[in-house]
Ligand binder design. Structure first.
Ligand SMILES: Nc1nc2c(ncn2[C@@H]2O[C@H](COP(=O)(O)OP(=O)(O)O)[C@@H](O)[C@H]2O)c(=O)[nH]1
Ligand SMILES: [Mg+2]
Ligand SMILES: [Zn+2]
Length: 308
C-alpha cells in the first residue's frame, strides 16, 4: 500500500503523485466507499488517497480516500441538483484581478471573498498587469489594496510582463495547494507558464468566453510547483463554486461586518435598517468601508442570495 495525491482526473482515470515522488495512472476500486456528498465525481484533484500497485503494469488501484480538510463544488450543470467536486485540500485561493483591461467590479471581488470565507479557505488578491496602469488605475489599485488589507486579506501587486512582484508571489505560493481563480484574460495561465514553462498551458483562451453558461466538462488540473507546492488552474470557472449560505448568515462572511455585529442591539440584526445597528454606525464613521457595505446590501437584495 502506498499513499499519494490526485493531480489530474479524466473520466474514471486518475493521475496520482505517490509520496515516493513517482506519478502513476490509477483507476478507482469498484466498490470504494467515498463520501456523503452528492457529487458526480467521487474524488478530485488535491485528494489524498491510498493506492494498491497492480503488479508490473506500473498502474494502480485507488483503494481509499483519506480525510479532506476542505473541498469546493460547482453545480454539475444548470439544471442538475448534483454537484461536481472541483478540488480538495486547498490551502489558499488567489483571486487574480486587473484594474484595467478588464476592470474588475468590487462586488465581484466581494462575492468571491464571501464564498472563500464560507468554505473557510484563506484568500488573497493578486492585482496583475500593473505595467498597464496609468495614474487613475494606480489610485484605484491603492484604494483597493487599502480596503482589503485593512480587512485582513493579503494583497499583491504583480506584472507578469515586467516581472515586478513575481518573486514575492512565488514565496506566497510555496509549499501550498493554491487555487488560482479569476476572470478569463487576467493572466492565470501566463502566471503558471512563467513559474514553469514545461506546464505549457494555453493562454488567451478566448473560447472560455463562449463556454460560459454551458456545461463545462473539463476538470481542473493540478500543477506541481518546482519550488514546492501545487497550483490549480480553473479554466472556464467563473468565481468558484457554490457554498451553502443562508441569507441571514451572509454577514458572517464579511469579516469586518461580522466583528462589528456583536455590538448590534438585536442578536438577529441584519444591518439593514434595524435600530441601534453597530454596523451601520461603523459605516457612518468610515470604520467599515462604504463600498463593502454596499456590496453586502446588493448581495442581500439579490433573490439568488444562495450564491452560485
Ligand atoms: N500587459 C500585460 N499583459 C499580461 C500580463 N499577464 C498576462 N498578460 C496577457 O493577458 C492575456 C491573457 O492571459 P492568460 O494567461 O491567457 O489569462 P487567463 O485567461 O487568466 O489564463 C495574454 O495575452 C497575456 O500575455 C501582464 O502582467 N501585463
Ligand atoms: Mg487560462
Ligand atoms: Zn446590525
Amino acid at each position: 500500500m502506498e499513499k499519494g495525491k490526485i493531480i489530474k482526473s479524466v473520466g474514471s482515470r486518475y493521475k496520482v503523485l505517490l509520496d515516493s515522488g513517482r506519478t502513476i495512472d490509477c483507476l478507482l476500486r469498484g466498490k470504494l466507499r467515498v463520501n456523503e456528498i452528492r457529487s458526480t465525481n467521487p474524488i478530485a484533484v488535491g485528494d489524498n488517497v491510498e493506492i494498491e500497485l497492480s503488479g508490473t503494469s506500473g498502474t494502480g488501484i485507488i483503494t481509499a480516500l483519506l480525510d479532506r480538510k476542505n473541498y469546493i463544488l460547482r453545480k454539475a450543470s444548470n439544471l442538475s441538483k448534483s454537484s461536481q467536486i472541483i478540488a480538495a485540500n486547498i490551502d489558499q485561493v488567489l483571486l487574480m484581478l486587473t484594474i484595467a483591461l478588464p476592470q474588475t467590479p468590487l462586488e465581484f471581488i466581494d462575492r468571491f471573498l464571501i464564498t472563500a470565507e464560507a468554505y473557510r479557505i484563506p484568500a488573497r488578491l493578486v492585482f496583475n498587469k500593473t505595467d498597464l496602469y496609468g495614474k487613475e488605475e494606480m489610485e484605484r489599485l491603492d484604494q483597493l489594496v487599502s480596503i482589503y488589507t485593512g480587512i485582513g486579506y493579503g494583497c499583491h501587486r504583480l506584472s507578469l510582463r515586467d516581472g515586478s512582484g513575481f518573486d514575492e508571489l512565488k514565496t506566497v505560493m510555496k509549499d501550498k495547494i493554491n487555487l488560482i481563480s479569476g476572470n478569463s484574460g487576467v493572466g492565470k495561465s501566463t502566471l503558471l507558464n512563467l513559474i514553469d514553462p514545461a506546464f505549457n498551458i494555453r493562454t488567451e483562451e478566448i473560447s472560455d468566453f463562449h463556454k460560459q453558461g454551458k456545461h463545462i466538462t473539463t476538470f481542473p488540473q493540478m500543477y506541481r510547483l518546482p519550488f514546492g507546492g501545487f497550483a490549480i488552474d480553473t479554466p472556464g470557472l467563473r468565481g468558484f463554486g457554490i457554498a451553502d449560505m443562508e441569507k441571514n448568515e451572509i454577514y458572517h462572511f464579511f469579516p469586518e461586518i461580522f466583528r462589528k455585529s456583536k455590538d448590534c442591539r438585536f442578536y438577529n440584526c441584519l444591518h439593514l435598517d434595524e435600530p441601534e445597528c453597530a454596523v451601520r454606525k461603523a459605516v457612518e464613521k468610515e470604520e467599515i468601508n462604504y463600498l463593502r457595505y454596499r456590496s453586502y446590501l446588493n448581495i442581500m437584495g439579490d433573490d439568488n442570495a444562495k450564491y452560485r
